[in-house]
Design a protein around this ligand. Structure first.
Ligand code: PLP
Ligand code: ZN
Length: 421
């Protein structure tokens, strides 16, 4: 099957353009990459993947670009619509590492991207494709960060953007970003999954170019998270991590990281047995992927009612599940859900190491703590946790998780007195 870890080389179809094509993960049908607007397979409706005739090894990444574009050899273009995304920190967290009890723990903080989430890595590629295709209007459904990134990259590319958000369920920082970067913001009286249903129909009718992670090109940019983590571990520990723990919403990142690793295996740059175990974390109130992994199911059951403080992963119908489930299974990983309280506790733990993240991001650390406590993660593992978005994205959640301001009088004696209380 095409989504396994194998060193087999693909046959290059006639539709390939400069060694790049689109391929259906279900039926194998191939399509030219930039001739038509297409998000899913014409034949069977399956998800599409970008495929390459030539895949790079680590040596090939010493290119001229920076951040995401240092990995141009693993991407469909040499350059995108860029605001210098990628090259995010891989923080050491010695206290947390000790406390959770693993051999090594590093935090890949994607909140340090231009708009404060990993979505930028996908948009630099996706908006470039939109320009290649010559489409006019860009659109996405979003729990917030996709809209912030699309608004910024769309305006950078000089294009019109439309974002559909679940009313009342998007963190303040994210709406502010979409607003200032000039997107038209449509607040939908429904949840994220309803927004995505609508935007898919709009895209199907040719009203807009869809930039949700259903768009296979976005996942290409997001592969670079995995490449950066591997290079970081190779530099510091001389080995790739045993496990990568990440929050799961639509499972785009899970799919993208798995694809990055499959391509390295195919290029002969990584052994299949060394591929990090992809470990997904969801909130208890929105955990359809966890349910599917636990039940050994081939398909994810859509959850109609989802709820969690981690609004970025408040998703009941993860569209990339057919790509992500094999990723978790083939790498020997797992999926786990955590409570909102555990998420907030992990948010405080990270803050205690100087790392400010939004609630969804902290789910990775909360999940690792739980899996370690349950003995599913061993004490000799080297682990990378992905934190997907910045603290300032959701200032209300941060304020609620942190300490309250204390009123004091406007004189030194009064302040000293208060401090001694
Ligand atoms: C989009 C997003 C997620 C979910 O990522 P998927 O790739 O859809 O699984 C998690 N955390 C944050 C902060 C996000 O913005
Ligand atoms: Zn198909």
């Amino acid at each position: 099957m095409s989504l396994s870890l194998s060193a087999d080389q693909p046959a290059v179809p006639a539709v390939a353009d400069d060694g790049v094509w689109l391929e259906c993960i279900e039926c194998g049908e191939t399509f030219a990459p930039f001739d038509d607007v297409r998000y899913t397979c014409d034949e069977c409706g399956g998800l599409l993947e970008v495929r390459y005739a030539d895949l790079p090894t680590f040596d090939d990444f010493e290119g001229e670009g920076q951040g995401v574009w240092r990995y141009a050899d693993a991407l469909p273009f040499d350059a995108g619509v860029s605001i210098q995304e990628g090259a995010t920190p891989l923080y050491e967290v010695p206290r947390l590492e000790d406390d959770i009890g693993v051999e090594a723990l590093r935090i890949k903080h994607e909140g340090m991207n231009p708009t404060g989430s990993f979505k930028d890595r996908g948009m630099t590629v996706g908006v470039k494709v939109a320009k290649e295709l010559g489409v006019g209007r860009l659109a996405c459904a979003s729990t917030g960060n996709t809209s912030a990134a699309l608004a910024a990259y769309g305006s950078r590319g000089g294009m019109e953007t439309l974002v559909l958000l679940p009313a009342g369920k998007v963190a303040a920082g994210k709406i502010a970003q979409a607003s200032l970067h000039g997107a038209r913001i449509l607040e939908v009286d429904g949840n994220f999954d309803a927004c995505l249903d609508i935007v898919q129909e709009l895209a199907g009718r040719g009203e807009a170019y869809l930039l949700n992670s259903l768009n296979p090109f976005r996942l290409e940019g997001q592969k670079t998270i995995g490449l950066e983590i591997l290079e970081g571990f190779l530099a510091d520990y001389d080995t790739v991590p045993d496990r990568i723990v990440l929050p799961v919403g639509n499972a785009g990142n899970t799919s993208a990281l798995y694809k990055a690793f499959r391509e390295l295996v195919q290029a002969g740059a990584l052994e299949a047995e060394d591929v990090p175990k992809l470990t997904g974390v969801q909130a208890d109130g929105a955990a359809p992927m966890v349910e599917a992994i636990e039940n050994g199911a081939d398909e994810v059951r859509r959850w109609d009612d989802v709820e969690t403080r981690a609004t970025a992963i408040r998703i009941g119908n993860p569209v990339n599940a057919p790509k992500a489930l094999p990723g978790i299974r083939e790498t020997g990983g797992t999926a786990v859900s955590v409570s909102d309280e555990e998420i907030t506790e992990a948010q405080r733990d990270l803050a205690g190491e100087g790392i400010g993240v939004e609630p969804a991001s902290a789910a990775s650390v909360a999940g690792l703590r739980k899996l370690r406590a349950d003995g599913i993660v061993d004490d000799d593992e080297r682990v990378a946790c992905l934190t997907t978005g910045h603290l300032l994205k959701d200032p209300d959640a941060a304020a609620a998780a942190g300490s309250d301001p204390e009123p004091v009088p406007a004189d030194t004696e009064g302040v000293l007195e208060h401090l001694q209380e």
